[in-house]
Write a protein that binds this ligand. Sequence first.
Ligand SMILES: Nc1ncnc2c1ncn2[C@@H]1O[C@H](COP(=O)(O)OP(=O)(O)OP(=O)(O)O)[C@@H](O)[C@H]1O
Ligand SMILES: N[C@@H](CCO)C(=O)O
Length: 318
Amino acid sequence: MAVFTPVTLEDVGHWITQFPLGKAVALKGIASGIENSNFFLSTERGEYVLTIFENLTFAQLPFYLQLMRHLAQHGVLVPGPVPNDKGELCVPLHGKPAAIVAKLEGKPQMAPQPVHCAAVGAMLARMHLAGQDFALQQPNLRGLPWWREATAAVLPYLALDQAHLLHEEMKFQEALHASADYHALQRGPVHADLFRDNVMFDGERLTGFFDFYFAGCDTWLFDVAVTINDWCIDLASGRIDTARARAMLNAYHAVRPFTATEHALWPALLRSGALRFWISRLYDFYLPRAAQMLTPHDPTHFERILRERIAVPAPELY
Ligand SMILES: Nc1ncnc2c1ncn2[C@@H]1O[C@H](COP(=O)(O)OP(=O)(O)OP(=O)(O)O)[C@@H](O)[C@H]1O
Ligand SMILES: N[C@@H](CCO)C(=O)O
């Protein structure tokens, strides 16, 4: 159940007159998703997704919605938000912020092959390049400062060997983030959560990236690492699958060539990508928010990935 704010077709009927979409003809709640209330919305003009934001505020939303709009306008396959007659992308519905975005065709590809990984790699590189002249700034809110806070919060719950790993990895990441090489990495708006369930495919054709609500400004390489750590691994062991990783990295490199500094820091950034989700999953597991509805994701999956990235050399970036 992931419609936290019920909405009827009648409610939307009046509300939608401020958008250039004609009349609403059907509305259907979407079951998946744990953050927001999502609906498929059919109107006289086409098919859309209506999202009511349950946690993000009016002040926080412009960065995400404007970024999606900017990317869509620059040819990146991202659902463009629809502005209302005042040019606003986010307007209240039942007192909460709401937005309408284009509906992507297809479905997530949860068992990707190299061909899918290559399509994601190429689109990710295009997205990074297109984000370069995006005007708004917001840090990755799940970056190092948040890791510090969340580490302190979860440490008391961990077994000794886990606490040791978390402590040692934070030390390693603090040193990395303080280094001159790290500061030389190229950066800009990144998705930061480009897992398989946030990309649509129609067969082998990528139709779009979505769920930008963890996006922020960070290193491009971090985004690549997060993506590789979900798309290109053996799910049971966390080990990198070389064929899928090569396909993704080569396709990315063909659009936006990796730099020598990125090549040098790649193993460390793969560890950053694993640590980020180990910490957030630990946090959600031990300190669930009151409004959280569903079973939290398994933290041990990313603990395994992190241990694997520390122990086993990463495939070369290029
Ligand atoms: N633009 C879109 N086009 C087609 N389907 C979409 C679109 N946006 C969302 N969906 C559908 O809605 C579902 C939930 O969306 P989403 O993943 O953004 O949920 P959420 O609650 O915001 O986040 P989370 O992934 O953190 O649970 C997706 O799995 C997908 O099926
Ligand atoms: N992709 C995240 C969930 C938040 O979108 C995870 O798997 O932990």
